[in-house]
Each structure stands twice: as C-alpha cells, then as structure tokens.
Design a protein around this ligand. Structure first.
Ligand SMILES: [Fe+2]
Length: 369
C-alpha cells in the first residue's frame, strides 16, 4: 500500500501571508524568532504590523542554531504561561523545529520523555504557523523537528500530530540571507528531494514532487541575482516540496554521513550535505537501473553527471568534496563509522554493503583532484 499525507495548508507567493489577517482575528499570537536578524527584513515587519492590527502579539526571541531540549522546554513553558491561541514561528530550520516540538508536547505531563520517545498523548490546543526564512529544511510542511540532546547528539522528533497547521512562503523573507546561504540551504533541499527520490519509501507522488523540486533549484538558483523575487519564490517552493518528500521517505546516505561533519567538525548542515553530493551522484551512477538512468538524463544531457554537479556547486562557491570541509585522512574511519551507524543508511533504495561503500567513499575521498 502507498500513501500520501500532507496536512499543512500551504500558501505561497508575494503577499501570501496577507491571508494571516483574515484567518486570525482577536487572538493571542506568539511570534517566535531566532537571534533577531530577521527584524531588519521589511517583509517581516510588514507581516508583524498586520498581525498586530487585530490581535494581541507577544514575542519569543533568541532561538539558537541546533536547539537543545532545554530550549524546547523553555519555549513550551512560555507558550503555556502566556496562554496564546496561535504560535507563528518565523525563521530557519532551528526556529521552526524548536517551535514545532514545543507546540507538539505542549499538553504532555512529561514533555521531555515525550520528546525522546516521540510519543504524544494529548492533542495540542494552539494553532501552529510556520514561515521559513531559508529555503532548505522544508520543516514548514513536515513533521520533523531536529533537536539536540544533552550529549550533543541530534535526534529527530516527530509524530503524526507535529505537522504545522499553516505554512506561508513569502519570497522576500529570503532577502536578508547572503547568497551563499541561500545557495547552501537550497542544496540541502536538493539533497532532500534527491535522497527521497532514491528511497525505499518513495512513491509516484513523492517522485514527481522530488523531480519538480530539483528542477526549480537547478533552474532558479543560478539566476537569483537576475530574477530575485521569482527565484526566491521557486526556491522556497522547491524546499517545501522537498519537505513533503522527506515527510514520507526520510533521507539516506548524504544526510547520514553529513551528521558527523556537523557534530564533530561543526560544519553547518547544508554545507556538510553539499560536500557529499558529488559522491552520491557517482555512487548512483554505478547502479544500472532505469530509475538511475532517468535521473542522470534529467540532471544533465551530458555524459558526466558527476562533473556537472561539481561544476554547479563550484559556481555557487559551495563545497564539492569532503576535503573542502576540512575532513582529515586520520578522521575518515570515525567519520565513516558514525555515518554508517545511522538508520538513514537503510532507507537507500538499494541494499548498501558496508565494505563496498567504505571502499568507494575512501577511494573518492583520497582521489587526486
Ligand atoms: Fe537536510
């Protein structure tokens, strides 16, 4: 049996967040943001002003990158204390994930256990709105929240009830990000769609969404400076489509191996994935199957998809190799073991033999470039 479940009401395009005004009136709304850089964004200020017209608005500011369990619990306490009706999270993946987790465990008696065991018994009684300011995570339409535990390990919290109720994609919210970050987060979205496409859990719907998402990124990422607003909209949409894909498929090899780089080498998630993307394409290329042939043809009409993707990343000034994120020879085995221990490995559409992938990855890593 195959299924598709995407319960978030999604609105996109310039002005799409105007509908917030019609949806919420005379409510108490909490706006949750990160370290505050978004306050320099004109669209953000316009949105907040509109919310304030007919509602009482309170703020929770200061969600950090890679939110800890303690931050999720702190935000939860604040939401309870303020007795808000609606939580509007506006930010990158960390802000959306932290707010999503807090809202989902809002009424749990033991929220920490609920987070760790991914078990929620009570229904939440606040509406959760997610508005992304990066074009990578897809968190605005999926059920996942990446939280960091007391050992510094990340775990994914999710339940059937943790999808946002509403998501708004406002293109000009991307305008405060540097181009390099826009590119990096878009490549994270590309990896979501790519890994989703080659997942054991992919289906007809997720495959079509994945192709459409990757198409938008390949077409619009290189022309951001020429067609800003249109490109921002397409990249945000690509990211949401990627989110819908991984809501069903999860990720696999790129994300699994990328976790070590983030945990130990402190490489930001998107850059870690970018550095592994060319290997994934090369690894796929060796698998002779219609699905792979179709994908390679989609990626480039040329005969060298591996070089094509390296070139694409280089033009965006993004890492295209593990050495570009400073992984050292002597760290390789730890890096490999950590990545291979992740459950995502088992989601790749073909069985992955440990020795075979070790040899291939090592050879690629050691190759003269
Ligand atoms: Fe990701």
């Amino acid at each position: 049996m195959k299924r598709f479940f995407s319960p978030t009401r999604l609105f996109w395009g310039n002005g799409s967040s105007d509908s917030l005004e019609g949806i919420f009136k005379e409510r108490k709304i909490m706006v949750v943001i990160g370290r505050g850089s978004i306050k320099r964004n004109g669209k953000f200020n316009e949105m907040v002003a509109k919310l304030k017209k007919n509602n009482e608005v309170v703020f929770f500011e200061g969600i950090n990158e890679n939110p800890l369990i303690s931050e999720v619990l702190k935000l939860r306490e604040f939401i309870k204390k303020e007795r808000v009706d609606v939580v509007v999270a506006i930010g990158g993946g960390s802000v959306l994930d932290c707010a999503k987790a807090s809202v989902t465990v809002l009424n749990e008696n033991n929220p920490e256990v609920s987070l760790k065991e991914k078990k929620v018994v009570e229904n939440r009684n606040v509406v959760f709105v997610a508005i992304p300011t990066t074009c990578g995570t897809g968190s605005e339409v999926d059920q996942y929240a990446l939280i960091t535990d007391e050992n510094g390990d990340k775990f994914s919290f999710f339940t059937e009830n943790s999808f946002p109720d509403y998501a708004f994609l406002e293109p000009m919210l991307l305008d405060t990000l540097s181009f390099r970050w826009i590119a990096a987060t878009a490549i994270d979205a590309f990896c979501h769609s790519l890994e989703g496409f080659f997942s054991i859990r992919s289906n007809d719907i997720t495959e079509n969404l994945a192709i459409s998402s990757m198409e938008n990124i390949l077409e619009f990422l290189p022309i951001v400076s020429e067609k800003k607003e249109e490109s921002f909209e397409k990249l945000l949409l690509a990211s949401s489509l990627g989110g819908m894909v991984i809501a069903h498929t999860g990720t696999n090899l790129i994300h699994a191996f990328g976790y070590y780089l983030t945990k130990v080498k402190k490489v930001p998630h998107s850059f870690a994935n970018s550095s592994l993307l060319p290997f994934y394409i090369e690894y796929l290329k060796e698998i002779s199957e219609e699905k792979v042939d179709f994908f390679m043809g989609f990626l480039t009409p040329e005969d060298n998809p591996g070089e094509y993707i390296v070139d694409f990343l280089k033009k965006l000034n993004l890492p295209a190799h593990l050495k570009e994120v400073e992984l050292k020879e002597e760290e390789f085995d730890d890096f490999f073991e950590y990545g291979f221990s992740k459950p995502n490995i088992g989601s790749f559409f073909k069985k992955v033999e440990k020795k075979e992938i070790y040899d291939r990855l090592k050879e690629w890593f050691s190759r003269e470039r």
